[in-house]
Structure formats: structure tokens, C-alpha cells
Design a protein around this ligand. Structure first.
Ligand SMILES: Cc1cc2nc3c(=O)[nH]c(=O)nc-3n(C[C@H](O)[C@H](O)[C@H](O)COP(=O)(O)OP(=O)(O)OC[C@H]3O[C@@H](n4cnc5c(N)ncnc54)[C@H](O)[C@@H]3O)c2cc1C
Length: 441
């Protein structure tokens, strides 16, 4: 089959393996010839090539809810369960996932493997901070359990390890209580990047915080933005405030011609969105889907970038030089005549102990670029700006980073390799990304 990530670049052909349960998966891993490489695959919401290999081991049928303990606030479920399905079960019980990425389509296995972050990393850290234990099938075919206490080195390499230590089949997750299914949102307009940073810092105690930037504004307006702050709204009516109103909206049925997304249309969109938000009321109560997953309201929106797809570029820069580094990146993008349709800024808290997790204290910026020939040299230049500010790129979004850039910015890569070699000496688990980054092959 033809396989790709959410960015629709790169594309490859792969065999799709869909084990019905962990025993079938163990049998598959033990019986296969050692030369074929495989990688775990969840919902395919990573953008680049981290979930691409010769064989894709799908968690699609590992999708059972195994145990929900409402008193202890824990959920044990299969790795193929989607975060949106967990919310459907948990919200009516006033329970919630402590960390949510920007789409509810992500699987539990994919959330652990990329150690995903949400709009509350500055306070609550990333997804795996709330993973009590996981079971995974190793290259030997053995099924093992690991946690921060048991097989801790394997746990630290698997959370954020992009599927390279084995296939996660099950996880035991911690949940948190919420008063209602609604979010009280406050928005603040910033006329430039420095003002946006000030707003974020002044509101650092807000539970959720994310800024949308007009990437095409330049000069004194560079970085003009709207910061969205959120808190779980108090309960108003016990009958209705735990209803989960799932939003699913329009779809994009086929790839649109890529010329539709050009600098002029993006500029128009960004400028009008900014003006509209400036006029809108600065506080509102939103349902969970509208606040956390606005992009999910257009399914297959990734087709809007045309058949060559797009690349998402997400990096983090430590707080000390984040304003300077991000300003330089935005100036470079503008100087090269490029624009990003969606540009998002978030604050990160401290890094955790996982060896390849992306977040570290600082600011993270995400930009989307249509895939076109001149893009790759621009992204190479952006890499150098990020490295010069002691930053790094997010593996779940990456489709083209060089081995040198990766190794210079992920200081624990050698410790990761020691564990990888211990559990998977013949690189049974490898992706196009891990080959490119010099972690396998
Ligand atoms: C609209 C959108 C918004 C997003 N917003 C955010 C965000 O706010 N924060 C954030 O952190 N990320 C965000 N992401 C990225 C996404 O959360 C991650 O890429 C996540 O890993 C995708 O999970 P998946 O189930 O689709 O996994 P896939 O894309 O299929 O795989 C991703 C990685 O996980 C591994 N993997 C998947 N399942 C398993 C398994 N069972 N065992 C072992 N390894 C496995 C794969 O090998 C691969 O390396 C967003 C993506 C989209 C499309």
C-alpha cells in the first residue's frame, strides 16, 4: 500500500500488518525474517516519516477499554484507542486526560511514542508524565511491562522514542477530575511578538495557553498575535455540563490545487483573521472540542496543500533567547517570501527524564509550509538559527532534519542508542526517519 504521514510527504510503499491482539503481534514479530524492518503505527497523525517503514504494525485492533477505575482515576486501555474515544467515556464521569495534543484522532500508542504535549505543558508537562505503565512487544517477541519503577530505562527510552524500542500494546493512564466539559476562554491581542511574550508570561498561571501568530506581518507588527487562555469552566447544571459535544465538520474530499495556497491568499487569511479576533469578545465559554481541537472540524484539511503535501516545522528555544531566536526565524521566513498558514506559539515547562522527548523549558513555535522546491534550503537555514539558540526540532513533525542537526540538539541520543541496542540489536524496529537520523541502519 501507499503510506504517508499527515503532511503527505514523503510517501512510500509498505506492508500493513494489523494484529488482532498482543499474541498475534508477538507471533508476527517472532516469526518474521530479521532483515525486514517494521514500526508501530497509530492514527498516522505524525507529519513526516516517523511512522513509515517496510512493514507498518497498526494498533487499529488494539483498541479495547480494559479497566476504568473512577476512584483511583486510572484507565487501562489498548494502544490503538484514540484520545477522542477516551474523552467520550471520561467526560460524562467528570474525568479528563491531563494532556491533549491538537487533534483527538491521536492513538494512545502514538501519544506515548511521541510524548505529546498540549496547551498546558508550562504547568503540567507532557503525556507520558501521566503514564503509569505500558506493555510493549520487543524485537525478541517478548511482551514486557515497564514504568518509571519497573524496567525504567526501557520506559524512558520508549516514551518519546518514536516506536524504536518495540510496539506498545497497552497503557495504564492517570486521569484528572474536571468540574464540567466546558472551557472558559479569554483572548488577548498582542501587536507584536514582544507583547505576545509579555502576555504569556503575565498569564503563566493560566491552565491552558496558546497564541496564534500572523506569520506574514512584518516590521513593527512582526509576531502580532492573539493569545488564547483557558480554564476548566465551573459546573452550572449537573445535567448538561458533562455532555461531550463531539464536533465533526466538513471534509476536504480531494487534494486541492496547490496554487490556491500562495502568499497572497495566506496573507489575506492571516490579516483578516487577526482583524476579526481583535473585534471579537475577549471572553467566551467553549465546548471541549472547539477549544482543544479546532482543526478537527475540517477533516482531511491536510489535502488543502495539494498533492505534494506540506511540512510542519516545530522547534523549541530556551526562554533566555526565545524572543530573539523566534524573531530571527520569522524574519528569515519573510525574507525568503514564504508564509505559514497556521503559526502557533506555546510556552514549555521543564523537560522530563525521557531520552528523546522534545519539550524543554522555553518557547515552541510551529509553522506549516507547502512542499515546494525552495523550501528545503530555507528549512536548513532555520535549523541553524534554532541550533545557534540551543533549540531543537520535534521528531513527530519532522520529515527532513539531518543526522547532524538531530545529534547536536538531542544530547541523550547516545544513551538512547545504548538501550535500543540492548533490546533491538538487529534494528528490527526502524523508520525512514530513524534511518535518516542515524539511529538505525
Ligand atoms: C492537527 C494536528 C495537531 C497536532 N497537535 C499536536 C500537539 O498539540 N502536540 C503534540 O505533541 N503533537 C501534536 N500533533 C502530532 C501528534 O500528536 C503526534 O504525531 C502523535 O504521535 C500522532 O499519534 P498517532 O497515533 O497518529 O501516531 P502515528 O503518527 O501513527 O505514529 C507516530 C509515532 O508513534 C509511533 N507509534 C504509534 N503507535 C505506536 C505503538 N502502538 N507502539 C509504538 N510506537 C507507536 C510511530 O512509530 C511513530 O514514530 C498534532 C498532529 C496533528 C495532525
Amino acid at each position: 500500500m501507499e503510506a504517508m504521514g499527515w503532511g503527505r510527504y514523503p510517501k512510500t510503499t509498505a506492508d500493513l500488518i494489523q494484529p488482532a491482539d498482543s499474541q498475534a503481534l508477538q507471533k508476527f514479530i517472532s516469526s518474521q525474517k530479521k532483515s525486514a524492518s517494521c514500526i508501530g503505527r497509530g492514527s498516522g497523525r505524525s507529519y513526516g516519516d516517523s511512522a513509515l517503514s517496510e512493514q507498518l504494525v497498526s494498533s487499529r485492533f488494539l483498541d479495547s477499554f480494559l479497566e476504568l477505575d473512577e476512584q483511583k482515576k486510572t484507565l487501562r486501555c489498548g494502544a490503538g484507542v484514540k484520545l477522542g474515544d477516551i474523552l467520550k467515556v471520561c467526560i460524562p464521569r467528570r474525568l479528563f486526560l491531563p494532556v491533549l495534543p491538537g487533534t483527538k484522532a491521536v492513538s494512545v500508542g502514538g501519544a506515548i511514542a511521541a510524548d505529546v504535549h498540549g496547551k498546558n505543558h508550562h504547568l503540567d508537562g507532557s503525556f507520558s508524565n501521566y503514564v503509569k505503565s505500558i506493555s510493549l512487544v520487543l524485537a525478541s517477541g517478548e511482551l514486557v511491562t515497564c514504568s518509571a519503577q519497573e524496567n525504567a530505562e526501557l520506559f524512558r527510552a520508549t516514551c518519546g522514542g518514536m516506536g524504536l524500542t518495540g510496539v506498545i500494546v497497552e497503557a495504564n493512564l492517570s486521569l484528572v477530575s474536571i468540574p464540567s466539559s466546558y472551557i472558559s476562554q479569554r483572548s488577548l491581542v498582542a501587536n507584536n511578538l514582544a507583547e505576545c511574550f509579555e502576555h504569556i508570561e503575565d498569564n503563566a498561571s493560566s491552565k491552558y495557553s496558546v497564541a496564534w501568530l500572523d506569520c506574514l506581518a512584518t516590521g513593527e507588527n512582526l509576531g502580532r498575535s492573539v493569545l488564547y487562555l483557558g480554564e476548566h469552566a465551573p459546573s452550572k447544571s449537573r445535567k448538561t455540563d458533562t455532555l461531550y459535544r463531539e464536533r465533526s465538520g466538513l471534509g476536504v474530499p480531494f487534494s486541492t490545487p496547490s496554487f490556491l495556497l500562495n502568499k497572497t491568499t495566506m496573507s489575506l487569511f492571516n490579516a483578516s483573521y487577526f482583524k476579526l479576533q481583535k473585534r471579537k469578545k475577549s471572553s467566551a465559554t467553549l465546548d471541549c472540542d472547539s477549544y482543544f481541537f479546532p482543526l478537527d472540524s475540517i477533516s482531511n484539511w491536510n489535502r488543502l496543500y495539494g498533492s505534494n503535501g506540506f511540512l510542519q516545522y516545530q522547534f523549541v528555544i530556551p526562554s533566555d533567547s526565545a524572543l530573539e531566536g523566534i524573531t530571527t526565524v520569522l524574519e528569515k521566513v519573510s525574507e525568503k517570501g514564504k508564509g505559514s498558514f497556521l503559526t502557533v506559539l506555546k510556552k514549555f515547562g521543564e523537560a522530563n527524564e525521557n531520552l528523546l522527548s522534545f519539550p524543554k523549558a522555553g518557547y515552541t513555535l510551529t509553522l506549516d509550509f507547502k512542499n515546494e522546491p525552495a523550501l528545503f534550503s530555507l528549512l536548513d537555514e532555520l535549523d541553524q538559527i534554532v541550533l545557534a539558540h540551543d533549540g531543537r526540532l520535534y521528531l513527530a513533525k519532522d520529515a527532513r532534519m539531518s543526522e547532524e542537526v538531530f545529534k547536536a540538539s538531542y544530547p541523550n541520543w547516545e544513551s538512547f542508542m545504548a538501550i535500543k541496542n540492548k533490546y533491538d540489536p538487529s534494528n528490527r524496529f526502524a523508520s525512514l526517519q530513524s534511518n535518516r537520523l542515524g539511529l538505525t541502519q
